[in-house]
Design a binder for this molecule. Structure first.
Ligand code: FAD
Length: 534
């Protein structure tokens, strides 16, 4: 039987039979899933990609933050408990991801830092830390280096591999002045996956700002503009949009046999598969595996270790805004145009392990006003909105600690539109996270003041945009869910292809590493398939 295609926007170049068990099924089309589709199809492997969200066109994107939030953002209900500020401020929407073809690469601001060597070896480097379940990654920077390079070239990361940086903006100038006066040395334009010049079939960035809404010029890298069209053009990739995977099934030998999904009309279908790559972004990947429990895996598919859902990480984040005497207009140009790397180092004399980055941030007025301080009002708050033209922003992104009780579980009673339990997230801050945040606020405030700010406002964290660690990679099968290739320790034809695999969160933003791991994983799958071992 052929799977029905009733999505008017979706005109696949190829269709695969639901009973075709030779195909690789990819769940999710964002950084992980989109990259897998491209990398597997270019190696001649047939792919069915199932994406819960719709397929948009670039012309659907408008420079209006809330309109695009409504269009692109994953809005199915989630639940959040715990003592972290996000649990208080956003109890039913603690995370910020997309539900659309291209996934959260439509929203992302494209910062691409590379990790230092020690970041892959946190257990060895930080030794025992109370309350943190540290593990070393079963790989290192030396092994990852060629794949990072490949990912950077694929994504067109500025400042690397001969790709020039973007020209500066006021936001970068203000940040750089403060950084210089603070004695920082390693700062300037950010390494961004945004074209400064036309490249790889993508336009140059027009510097219109509003990168979070979905890029109108096509200059920003996303799987929507790069990997997915390339995969479809091979004639080996069928993309089924508005198709939500409900369960992953296995046979009596314990091998994955296929996936059950609901199409846009709520009709259910079962797609057979040779192997499955799950790239639904950490929360949904985990929920899907938990919902795919069976008599063989009663606590969730591939969860013999009991580690599934645990050690959720989301980075230490902080936001600061300074009001300056004259207009800055931080929203002009790229959203995350500048970076300071000096604090992204190992130096426990600061009172915490791990490092963090500062970046300049240029939110549009709607998001700036909404996220400045949720629930707050009054004259002081209004004066910050009034000052918008003269405000420059700084954000912080640093390594947070894996905690066993920071985890994704299934809600005991609430169900989504498909009748599946919604995910519940528990979030607490580790003392190391709090020490890092205090340090970052103290120096960030001093930096804005050094640049001439008249006053500074510290904002609480936004809904989480980096979801990591719930299917972590480990050498020891009892300490994680997947091995060094992202392959389940227990089920040979089940792969995790998104940030859930992260063993530690690393100091910088995760997507470059997600893409790097996917490139590496796809090569491994292709080699295993050609040897008949998969
Ligand atoms: C505002 C914002 C700014 C960001 N900026 C940066 C940045 O500067 N640098 C950086 O490194 N990262 C950034 N990120 C994070 C980055 O977007 C993510 O790390 C990345 O997109 C994650 O890739 P993924 O493949 O894991 O998931 P996603 O890209 O989220 O893709 C997952 C896809 O799976 C689909 N899906 C989920 N469940 C199912 C299911 N059951 N069946 C079918 N489909 C399903 C979803 O609809 C989605 O399309 C940012 C995120 C946000 C929100």
């Amino acid at each position: 039987m052929i799977a029905p295609h009733r999505d008017d926007d979706d005109i696949p170049a190829v269709t695969y039979d639901l009973d075709d068990d030779s195909v690789v099924v990819i769940i999710g089309s964002g950084a992980g899933g989109g990259t897998m589709a491209d990398e597997l199809t270019r190696r001649g492997i047939d792919v069915v990609l199932l994406e819960a969200g719709p397929r948009f066109k670039t012309s659907d994107f408008v420079n209006d933050e809330w309109a695009m939030n409504d269009l692109l953002t994953w809005k199915d209900k989630r639940d959040c408990t715990g003592g972290a500020p996000v649990a208080r401020d956003y109890p039913t929407a603690p995370t910020w991801t997309c539900k659309a073809l291209g996934g959260t690469t439509l929203h992302w601001t494209s910062m691409c830092p590379r990790p230092e060597d020690y970041e892959f070896k946190v257990r060895t480097t930080y030794s025992d830390m109370d309350g943190a379940a540290l593990e070393d990654w079963p790989l290192d920077n030396e092994e990852m280096e060629p794949f990072y390079r490949e990912a950077e070239i694929k994504m067109g990361v500025t400042g690397r591999n001969g790709i020039p940086f973007h020209r500066s903006s006021n936001a970068v100038r203000v940040m750089s002045l403060g950084a210089k006066r603070m004695g920082y040395r390693d700062f300037g334009p950010n390494n961004l996956a945004v074209n400064p010049l036309p490249r790889d079939g993508r336009n140059a960035c027009d510097q219109i700002g509003f990168c979070i809404q979905g890029c109108r010029s096509g200059g920003k890298w996303s799987t929507f503009v790069s990997e997915l069209p390339r995969a479809e053009a091979t004639g080996r990739c069928e993309i089924r949009t508005r198709c939500m995977v409900l369960r992953i099934e296995h046979d009596e030998r314990g091998r994955i046999s296929g996936v059950l999904y609901a199409d846009a009309f709520g009709d259910h279908h079962f797609q057979k598969a040779r192997l499955v790559c799950v790239a639904a972004n950490s929360i949904e990947t985990t929920r899907l595996l938990l919902n795919s429990e069976s008599s063989a895996w009663p606590d969730g598919l591939a969860n013999g270790s009991g580690m599934l859902g645990k050690h959720y990480m989301r980075h230490v984040t902080a936001y600061m805004y300074g009001e300056f005497p004259r207009p800055v207009r931080m929203y002009r140009g790229l959203v995350a145009a500048g970076v300071i790397r000096d604090e992204a180092r190992l130096d426990i004399t600061r009172g915490f392990a791990g490092g963090y980055y500062y970046g300049s941030i240029g939110l549009g007025l709607p998001f700036y006003a909404a996220f400045l301080s949720p629930g707050r009002w009054g004259a002081d708050y209004a004066s910050w909105i009034e000052a918008y033209e003269r405000v420059a922003g700084l954000f912080v992104n640093g390594e947070d600690m894996p905690i066993a009780t920071n985890r994704v579980t299934l809600h005991p009673s609430e169900k989504d539109q498909h009748g599946l339990p919604i995910p519940r997230l528990n979030l607490d801050d580790h003392p190391n996270d709090l020490a890092m945040k205090r340090h970052a606020y103290r120096n960030g405030i001093a930096m804005l003041e050094a640049a001439g700010a008249l006053r500074v406002f510290c904002s609480p964290p936004l809904p989480v945009s980096h979801n990591l660690g719930t299917c972590r990679m480990s050498e020891d099968p009892d300490a994680g869910v997947v091995d060094r290739w992202g392959r389940s320790h227990e089920i040979p034809n089940l792969f995790i292809s998104d940030g859930s695999q992260f063993t530690s969160s690393l100091a910088g933003n995760p997507t470059l590493t997600i893409v790097t791991l996917a490139i590496r994983q796809a090569g491994y799958i292709a080699r295993q398939m050609s040897r008949g071992e998969l």
